[in-house]
Design a protein around this ligand. Structure first.
Ligand code: HXC
Length: 510
């Protein structure tokens, strides 16, 4: 018996060695942790329950019969993050470059199936040379099986992809179908075809970093939702994100202890909006002052800064925030911000996370660039996402809410539940200048008349009271009491139930 136990420990020890000391050292030299070190940092200490440690591939060609490392290049199982269950797979680059074989794929699929059945998120740590070349179509089939599960799990359990090494070829499409993608600066990249193929096909000379590094995907393409300095920071930040999320669509988001009075008054908010309507202010200040302990987890911080998305807690409960940012492009809606906002709203709606919208929007960005690139269709994404969301929706207009953008930003007309406006709000078809130029074209040469028309327009529309008279705004509130009002609004909506007409699924403009 003792021998058998020792044999098990020996085999386990071998599996834990991965690709061996030399390859582990090479991994460390690149500033990367190993698959197992990453799991240790992601999960609560001692909570990892590993499966399939001895799984080996069945390939025989290209000398593979003599090279059958236990675990086959991926470590899988489950553990806890602050006591809550999470499934995880972590590709081991030290074993055959973390490449995906038939059996490697089967290991990933097994834990994804368990995650869906048992209702817990999946965190995928990607560090792989892609499809295992020696296995040909079997490895492509393995990817296909993972893709199908990504699709089935979408909206059932949160899926988070950590890109912590190469992620090339079709391999990028599994992360692409997950809810969040996080990268590590200087050591991870994602592309459909690498720099060599790009050079051959298009003659472009580009480095891997420029083509698909963290900066490219967080600032230009918006494929990734965030980038971190190193593996340690990335894994500790994903733990923080998991704390905001429900385990599945069958559960509510977690309620955390909070040490911040929901009645907290913030006098400084009474002067947040400058007297000059063209002067910007930082919407993040308002978010910080509403949130429990000022804690805000921002998503896509480096992309489309004219809209802010992320998570806060109110009375310990997760709330998704979508806010126009007057500091960037005056907070205008455009293609990028509409896409960013829509994706976030849909995530919140699938996982029963209430949505707080903070509105200061001068309208949609005009111009040929936007029209040619389809601002109509992309802008409609945000409109559609808000209108189909049945989670509690609370909206606060701080200043401008003009035109179509007013309607889009979680207005009453899109079934928002509670709509507040600050006294500084201006809810109208457009700003005074534009309106007067259209309505009084004949007077354009007469500065005095134009000034009088502008004053008349501002007096009539540059306030929240016309909308409040119609009931499109539920109440005009004091800025300093925003946290209290918003907390009470969400508290009143905790048992909200809204039915939608039966349909197979909708057809959001893609
Ligand atoms: C088998 C692979 C491999 C792969 C790497 N290795 N990629 N083995 N299949 N796809 C092995 C290498 O042979 C090497 O083994 C070890 O992993 C480490 O690789 P290195 O090249 O030494 O590492 P590095 O210099 O860091 O370069 C990493 C890399 C490079 C950039 C990822 O290995 C690379 O370009 N690999 C091929 C990438 C690729 O084209 N994959 C297919 C993509 S198509 P030894 O024993 O020498 O240490 C795809 C289709 C998916 O994925 C489709 C889904 C539908």
């Amino acid at each position: 018996m003792k021998d058998i136990v020792e044999q098990l420990e020996k085999r386990r020890g071998q599996a834990r060695l991965g690709g061996g000391e030399k390859r582990v050292a090479a991994q460390h030299a690149k500033g990367k942790l190993t698959a197992r070190e990453r799991i240790e940092l992601l999960l609560d200490e001692g909570s990892f329950e590993e499966y399939d440690m001895f799984v080996a591939h069945r390939a025989t060609e290209f000398g593979m019969a003599a090279n059958r490392p236990p675990g086959d290049g991926v470590v899988t199982g489950w553990g806890t993050v602050n006591g809550r269950q999470v499934y995880v797979f972590s590709q081991d680059f030290t074993v055959l470059g973390g490449s995906v074989s038939e059996t490697h794929g089967q290991k990933i699929c097994k834990i994804m199936d368990m995650a869906m059945q048992n209702g817990a998120p999946v965190v995928g740590i990607n560090d792989s040379g892609g499809a295992r070349i020696q296995e040909g179509v079997d490895s492509l089939a393995a990817y296909g099986e993972v893709f199908q599960r990504n699709i089935e799990a979408s909206g059932v359990v949160p899926q988070i992809s950590m890109i912590m090494g190469p992620c090339a070829g079709g391999a990028v499409y599994s992360p692409a179908m997950t809810d969040f993608i996080f990268m590590v600066k200087d050591s991870s990249y994602m592309f459909v075809t690498g720099p060599d193929v790009v050079k051959t096909v298009t003659n472009e000379v580009v480095t891997a970093e420029e083509l698909g590094g963290a900066s490219t995907h967080t600032k230009k393409s918006s494929v990734a939702d965030g980038a971190f300095e190193n593996d340690v920071e990335a894994l500790s930040e994903v733990r923080r994100l998991i704390d905001f999320l429900p385990l599945s669509n069958r559960e509510k988001p977690p309620v955390r202890p909070f040490f911040d009075s929901p009645d907290r008054i913030e006098e400084s908010l009474d002067t947040l909006v400058p007297a000059n309507p063209n002067q910007p202010y930082d919407m993040k200040e308002l978010i910080g002052k509403i949130a429990d302990e000022g804690d805000f987890y921002e998503i896509q911080k480096d992309f489309a800064g004219n809209i802010i998305t992320g998570f806060i807690r109110l009375e310990g409960q997760t709330v998704g925030v979508v806010a126009n940012q007057p500091m960037v492009l005056a907070g205008v809606l455009d293609i990028d911000s509409a896409r960013k906002g829509a994706r976030f709203v849909r995530f919140c709606d699938c996982f029963e996370i209430p949505i707080l919208s903070l509105v200061d929007v001068p309208g949609f960005l005009p111009g040929t660039a936007q029209e040619y690139d389809g601002v109509i269709k992309h802008g409609a994404k945000l409109l559609f996402a808000y209108g189909e969301a049945t989670v509690p929706k609370v909206t606060v207009i701080t200043r401008k809410a003009y035109g179509g953008a007013y309607v889009v930003m979680a207005s009453k007309h899109l079934k928002a539940d509670v709509n507040y406006a600050w006294p500084t709000s201006e809810i109208a078809v457009m700003g005074a200048k534009g309106a007067v130029e259209i309505l009084h074209r004949a007077d354009l040469g007469d500065a005095e008349k134009i000034a009088s028309h502008t004053a008349e327009y501002e007096d009539r529309f540059a306030n929240p009271f016309v909308a409040a008279e119609r009931g499109h705004i539920d109440e005009v509130i004091q800025p300093h009491s925003t946290r209290r009002r918003v907390c009470r609004a969400f508290a009143a909506l905790r048992r909200k139930k809204q039915d939608r007409p039966w349909k197979k699924h909708d057809n959001i403009p893609l």
